[in-house]
Every structure is written in C-alpha cells, then in structure tokens.
Ligand binder design. Structure first.
Ligand SMILES: NC(=O)c1ccc[n+]([C@@H]2O[C@H](COP(=O)([O-])OP(=O)(O)OC[C@H]3O[C@@H](n4cnc5c(N)ncnc54)[C@H](O)[C@@H]3O)[C@@H](O)[C@H]2O)c1
Length: 349
C-alpha cells in the first residue's frame, strides 16, 4: 500500500502525541521513522509505532522524552536519552556533535539510557550535509553470537559513515554487523522457506537452514570474525564507554520487560579543517565518477555508491508514495482507533 508523506506524517505525529510525547519531539520521531520507510528499511519505520504504543501503555517508556546533555566538556559530550524515544536523543547528539566539530574540528558525542534509535543514516546524513564526515554506531538487544560462540550475546550492532559530497546525495554507508536482520529469518519462518546456512546457528551452535531453529539460536556476524570484531567494538564504545548497557544486558524494545538501555556513539569530523571543502567536493566527484564509470563485473549493470540505492528509493517514495505493508497500516490504524484519533491511514480494521 502506498501512502503520501503528509498523511503518514500527520498520523504518526498524532499517535506519538497520544502516547505522551510532546509535539516537537513527535515531529522529530515521525520524520525519522518515515525516512526509514521511504528508504525501504521498514524494520526501522512506522511499524515501530506499535512497540512504542505498547511500551507507553506498559509505562515502560518515559514520555515526553527528556533527552539532555549530561556531560559537556570541550569537543566531547554525553547525552542522556532519558529512557525516551531514541530519535530525539539521536538528533540532539548529531546537532551537538556538528556544533562542536565546527568549533573544535572533531567532536565525539555518546548517548546512554535511550531506546531503539532506528536507521543510523538518519543522523549521519544530517552531519554529512553540513560539510562533515560522521561515524556512528549503536548497540541493541542480544541476538548474535560473537564468532565461535553459540549464545546471543551481542545485538545486530549497526554502524554508519556519512560523508559530504556537495550534493543532496551524500556518501552513506549504513549497516547492521550481522549477516542479515532477524526480521528476514522471521519472514522465512512465516513463509515456510529455508534460509542459507551462513545466517544463523540453532540453540546448540549448529549452522542451520531451518528458520525456526535459527530463531531459537543466534544470528551470525557479517564476514565471520571480522563482523564479530566490529560488533564487539561497537558494543564497547557505544554501550560500555557511554555508560549504557552492553553485552546481553540490553532488553528488546519489542517486549516490555524493562528499560532497553541502548547506547550510541557519534564522531564528527569537520572536513574544512583538513581540506578546503570545495576541493574535497571536487575530489569526491572525480572519485565517484571513476567508480561509476569503471568496467562492470559479470552480471552487474551499475555500480552503486553506499546509500545510493536508498537515496533513490527515498526520492521515489516522496514523489510516488511510501510503501507500507497492509499489516503495518492496519496496526497503526488500530492504535488510532484505540485512542479515538482523527487520523486513519485507510487500512481495513
Ligand atoms: N538501531 C538498531 O538497533 C539497528 C540494528 C540493526 C540495523 N539497523 C539499521 O538497519 C538498516 C539496514 O541495515 P542492513 O545491514 O540490512 O543494510 P543493507 O544490507 O541493506 O545495506 C548495507 C549497506 O550496503 C549498501 N548497499 C546495499 N546494496 C548495495 C549494492 N548493490 N551496491 C552498493 N552498495 C550497496 C547500502 O547502501 C548500505 O550502505 C540500517 O539503517 C541500520 O542502521 C538498526
């Protein structure tokens, strides 16, 4: 089902306000969730309004979100997310980091005590568009084993790098450190399909093609020990160093069984301290041109820059409508119904 931006935005803002969020924060969160949907990352899109509503009902989300700068020292800061909505803390962190990077050249801002902050490109792109390079990561509830282990110890701890290009489309690498998201395994289980044997292990540590066995076991890190190393480093920097939870101590946002304890980290570099921004833009243009015009590997028609596929999808979504599956639309409409709100997306209840 395709939805126009404004109707989805108005509905999401109204739902978030009904859950207890203030308008200013609800607008930040709605924008963030819809950007994820528009980019085709529905696992971090408006479908999250359901767990937000459930957590708010269970009094396991502190709304309105009171994210604030808890530590502010020169080029560094720590944001306390106030156990509220992650996007509010994330946007405060990136704005603080950009301001500090403009002042000091490089800034490092950590976030503690927050919840799911969604797709990291939503933050790194904000900084990249301001002439910066932004490196961000966050931890998440345990779902993945470190390489060689068979217990869910780490989250799918994503990391992202956004780089200024001088154009609306920035360089935007953004990925989980697991081979695939857990959602893809749930989908295979629902459809009665098998999964490749390098996605997950069962609860005894055997590589498995059975999605149901995989859901009881642990996801595998991308590129084996290399992805495992990155996921562990993300957990140490975003979780341990920030004062958030880390390792298996985080809780899932989807089950209201206590604060999730998510942590995040952001490093922002002001390019102009190292190279004239115009010169950097010219270098980037030449660099991207060389990549896109090179001889293609067999089976490839085009070489994409990180974030390019998502950027094009996002532009199309804003033009032609944002794709949401019927189940997600119905779920949002039933929250609207429960709160007796004026907005509906149009799903059959
Ligand atoms: N907040 C959390 O707890 C959490 C946890 C995990 C993932 N996430 C988010 O989920 C999102 C999806 O992660 P993912 O690992 O599934 O991403 P993905 O595998 O779809 O993409 C990873 C990267 O590869 C690039 N890419 C993909 N196909 C390409 C191609 N054909 N050519 C060139 N580049 C290509 C993308 O632009 C992207 O930068 C991210 O936004 C991530 O931040 C969030």
């Amino acid at each position: 089902m395709k939805l126009i931006y404004n109707s989805l935005y108005d509905c999401a803002v109204e739902v978030l306000e009904a859950c207890g969020e203030i308008k200013e924060n609800a607008e930040i969160v709605a924008e963030n969730l819809i950007k994820a949907d528009a980019r085709g990352i529905n696992t971090h899109g408006t479908y999250l309004l359901t767990p937000i509503w459930e957590r708010a009902n269970a009094k396991q989300l502190s709304l309105p979100t009171n994210a604030y700068i808890a530590v502010d020292e020169g080029a560094t800061a720590v944001i306390d997310g106030g156990d509220g909505l992650g996007a509010v803390a994330g946007i405060l962190a990136v704005k603080t980091a950009v301001q500090k990077a403009k002042q000091y050249g490089v800034a490092s801002v950590l976030i503690r005590n927050t919840n799911n902050i969604g797709a990291l490109a939503c933050y790194t792109e904000v900084a990249a568009k301001e002439g910066m390079i932004a490196i961000m990561s966050c931890n998440a509830a345990p779902a993945m084993a470190p390489w060689g282990g068979s217990e869910a110890f780490l989250g799918t701890n994503p990391f992202a790098i956004g780089i200024y290009t001088g154009h609306d489309m920035v360089f935007s690498a953004d990925m989980a450190s697991s081979v695939v998201a857990r959602g893809k395994i749930r989908k295979a289980a629902r459809n009665g399909e098998t999964i490749p044997d390098y996605w997950a292990t069962d609860d005894e540590g055997n590589f498995t093609t059975d999605p149901n066995a995989a859901l009881k076991g642990a996801l595998l890190p991308m590129s084996g020990p290399k992805g495992s190393a990155i996921a562990l480093a993300v957990d140490i920097i975003s979780g341990m160093l920030s004062g958030a939870q880390y390792a298996p101590n985080l809780k899932s946002f989807h089950t209201p069984e206590g604060a999730t304890g998510v942590g995040a980290s952001l490093i922002v570099i002001d390019i102009s301290r190292f190279m004239d921004l115009k010169v950097f833009q010219e270098h980037m243009e030449g660099y991207i041109k060389s990549i896109k015009s090179m001889k293609k590997a067999k089976g490839f028609d085009e070489i994409f820059i990180p974030g390019e596929i998502e950027y094009k999808k996002e532009q199309d979504s804003y033009k032609y409508g944002i794709e949401l599956d019927e189940k997600a639309v119905k779920a949002i409409d039933s929250i609207c119904e429960a709160f007796r709100l004026k907005n509906r997306l149009g799903g059959q209840l």
